[in-house]
Design a binder for this molecule. Structure first.
Ligand code: ADP
Ligand code: MG
Length: 699
């Protein structure tokens, strides 16, 4: 069962508890429900089925009625379950010929026919039911026995929490918690036990994250960037002063005013940049909230100090788009550079992509190395071995929520290694897939968190409609908006993980639409199998309005910014996850006018139906993230952490948010006041590998 030590055993928690004193009305059980009942055997009979299998049929009863229980191929049950035996029966209630029954349940005999309790000390009022393992040949009863013995041998538990912390949080001590979770004396004991054990799970996790953060700070060699929040006060279009920073110049010429949220977040970031300690910050902001602008201000502040910034995008299409947007936004900016005549030159933005020809690539590499490039845009391949910076001051990772602790650590080391200056770059991680605050605390707990919770003015409302099997409205609306000078996206079904098969289906769909519903419109095609230049050409045509409708695979999922597009059609929408649907929809409503999103296709499962209804009902990414957490469960979201030993066995991010907050506070206190005892450090070591332990606990 994956249990290798006593700790594993003691943290194998009961799946549920049965209150022996509370009788279930046996005549009232619901078919299909998985239940544990405690009942007495009333009759037993054995016979053979027509196929020759042995069949033991018993009737069990309690005060409330009776139930038939059958066992196939377990003839010994007739000897085990003689009349008068009292036992727990655990199975799904089924219906057979109009009667409810249990088939082959898990059985725990608690009281023998002679009234003899099997083990009086172990049969309390509340009986824990453990996850039994048929494979390992272990019943719930067996496990309970091992656990009880371990508890006895363990005696008093070490408790990392002081009496005063415990009482201020109303937590019971560890010894009591381990005892009550396994052997509750009365109903309700298991709840206070669970509370304490959940707290401990969060505490371990948060101590490790806070400690990691602390160590990063201690071992860092950062620099202070000339970032001043007062630069944000510049008026748009204000007359030029003699001396002004890059940030001021950019904002003065910019075509929009920062939102309040952007100002707040940039101020937070500038505080980090001005500090010698490298920034480790996560920026969460819904689709279209203006994260790129925030990133640009940060990059310019770094350029101001003569250092370079790198912007990493998840795809080449996005990297290209960032490049052209950035070049447009900084076209008028100049930086000082002692090496050139006049000591100033235009700020230079370059793209480093897999598509560059060898010669062009070499040229960019040389310019990065000499410091002649100020901002470089690329995909993850940006920090490969042949890339050297003169002085890399900031790394921005866009749209990358799958970045775990390990990758961030690698990035930091690479950043230092690849820069002649040898300093740690500041790090800004941006994600457009909001995750609930609790999940962020667990996944990104070693990062500071900023949230852009305000949309720029001019955001257009998006009407979302799930059309199921009648897409007529979608096609006719597309014709209308195109007639009005606007554009539309059609996202093809995600038929397969294979890019090739997806591409084939997109090609076919584009062809079908050209010949039928969208005949006469200029229909373009974009999919992952096209070559880089082909993709660029299509995107350019779409941006410049030479294509009316872009039929695409999910390659357009993230970041694509074409404000004139106002309709998004998503085919077979049920195949997409909630976050993905939200991302896709975010491609419209970007300023071009009232926008629409149509979801096509049925929902074959109830989860799919809830996803589509949720998208139809809300455009708030954070609200949708909560629904997503509920639907997908925490495991999937937390999977991003990539840890070995499962460290959240009891805790639930939804139910236990309050304990998570408390654990975070206690963890910070423990780390900053050096209250980590040796025993607790030993406990923490169970959850990390050697290398991590070496880093965290070396002193
Ligand atoms: P995202 O957070 O999705 O990356 P972007 O940074 O791409 O959002 O911004 C989306 C669009 O909104 C861009 O066209 C950008 O120029 C525009 N934008 C950003 N900030 C503002 C603002 N304060 N006012 C108006 N438009 C803005
Ligand atoms: Mg973006």
């Amino acid at each position: 069962m994956g249990i290798t030590n006593v700790f594993d055993l003691l943290t194998t928690y009961p799946r549920r508890y049965v209150d022996r004193t509370k009788r279930v009305d046996l005549s009232d059980l619901t078919v299909g429900e998985e239940v544990a009942i405690f009942a007495e055997v009333a009759t037993v009979s054995t016979r053979r089925t027509r196929q020759g299998r042995s069949l033991v049929e018993i009737i069990v009863r309690d005060d409330g009625g009776s139930l038939k229980v059958v066992f196939f191929n377990q003839p010994w049950r007739a000897r085990q379950l003689v009349v008068g035996t009292q036992a727990l029966f655990f199975a799904t209630v089924a219906e057979y010929r109009g009667q409810r029954q249990m088939t082959n349940p898990v059985v725990d005999v608690l009281i023998g026919a002679n009234g003899q309790e099997r083990d009086p000390a172990r049969v309390g009022r509340v009986v824990p039911i453990y996850p039994a393992s048929g494979k390992a040949g272990l019943t719930s009863w067996d496990l309970g026995g091992f656990i009880e013995e371990s508890l006895e041998r363990a005696g008093e538990f070490f408790d990392p929490l002081s009496e005063s912390v415990r009482s201020s949080l109303a937590l019971i001590d560890r010894t009591a918690a381990f005892r009550s979770v396994h052997l509750p004396e009365q109903w309700g004991d298991q709840d206070s036990a669970r509370r304490r054990l959940v707290f401990d799970e969060f505490l371990r996790l948060q101590v490790l994250l806070v400690l990691r953060r602390r160590r990063l700070e201690e071992t860092s060699a950062g620099v202070s960037h000339p970032a001043r929040a007062s630069d944000l006060d510049v008026q748009r279009g204000a007359a030029s002063e003699l001396t002004h920073s890059l940030v001021e110049s950019y904002l003065r010429e910019n075509h929009f005013t920062l939102t309040g949220a952007q100002r707040r977040v940039i101020t937070e970031i500038f505080g980090d940049l001005a500090n010698v300690l490298p920034m480790h910050r996560l920026l969460q902001g819904d689709v279209g909230s203006g994260k790129t602008t925030v990133a640009l201000c940060a990059m310019l502040a770094v350029n101001e100090g003569g250092r370079q910034a790198a912007l990493m995008a998840p795809t080449e299409v996005l990297a290209e788009q960032h490049l052209s947007a950035l070049r447009r936004d900084v076209a008028h900016l100049t930086v000082s550079d002692e090496r050139v005549l006049g000591a100033t030159r235009p700020l230079r933005v370059e793209l480093l992509s897999g598509r560059l020809r060898a010669k062009a690539r070499e040229e960019v590499l040389a310019a990065l190395h000499s410091g002649a490039v100020d901002i470089v845009v690329g995909t993850h391949a940006l920090l490969t071995n042949d890339v050297r910076f003169s002085a890399l001051g900031l790394v921005v990772i866009d749209e990358q929520h799958r970045f775990g602790v390990e990758q961030r650590a690698m990035l930091r080391d690479k950043g230092r290694e690849h820069s002649n200056e040898g300093a740690d770059p500041d790090l800004l991680v941006m994600t457009a897939t909001p995750i609930p605050r609790t999940a962020a605390m667990v996944i990104f707990g070693d990062l500071d968190l900023s949230v852009l919770d305000e949309m720029p003015v001019g955001r257009q409302p998006i009407t979302t409609k799930w059309l199921a099997n009648d897409p007529t409205e979608a096609w006719s609306l597309i014709r209308d908006v195109v007639a009005g000078g606007h554009q539309a996206f059609v996202v093809c079904p995600l038929v397969d993980e294979s890019e090739r098969i997806q591409a084939t289906s997109a090609v076919a769909e584009a062809e079908r639409l050209r010949l039928t519903h969208l005949a006469g419109l200029r229909v373009g095609l974009l999919h992952g199998q096209m070559r880089g230049e082909e993709k660029d050409a299509v995107m350019d045509q779409f941006r410049s309005g030479d294509i009316d409708v872009l039929v695409a695979t999910v390659v357009i999922e993230v970041g694509v910014d074409v404000p004139n597009a106002t309709v998004m059609v998503i085919e077979d929408a049920w195949r997409f996850g909630l976050a993905q649907l939200h991302q896709l929809r975010g491609r419209v409503g970007r300023g071009g006018g009232e926008s629409f999103c149509f979801l096509l296709g049925d929902a074959p499962t109830s989860d799919a139906e809830r996803r589509l209804s949720a998208i139809e009902a809300s455009t708030d990414g954070f609200a949708l993230a909560e629904v997503d957490l509920e639907l997908r469960g925490e495991g999937t979201i937390l999977g991003a952490r990539q840890r070995g030993r499962s460290d959240l066995r009891l805790a639930s991010l939804r139910r236990d948010a309050e304990l998570l907050d408390a654990a975070r506070i206690v963890a910070s206190q423990m780390v900053h006041e050096s209250e980590l005892t040796e025993e607790f450090v030993d406990e923490l070591r169970l959850f990390i590998d050697e290398e991590e332990a070496g880093f965290l606990f070396k002193s």
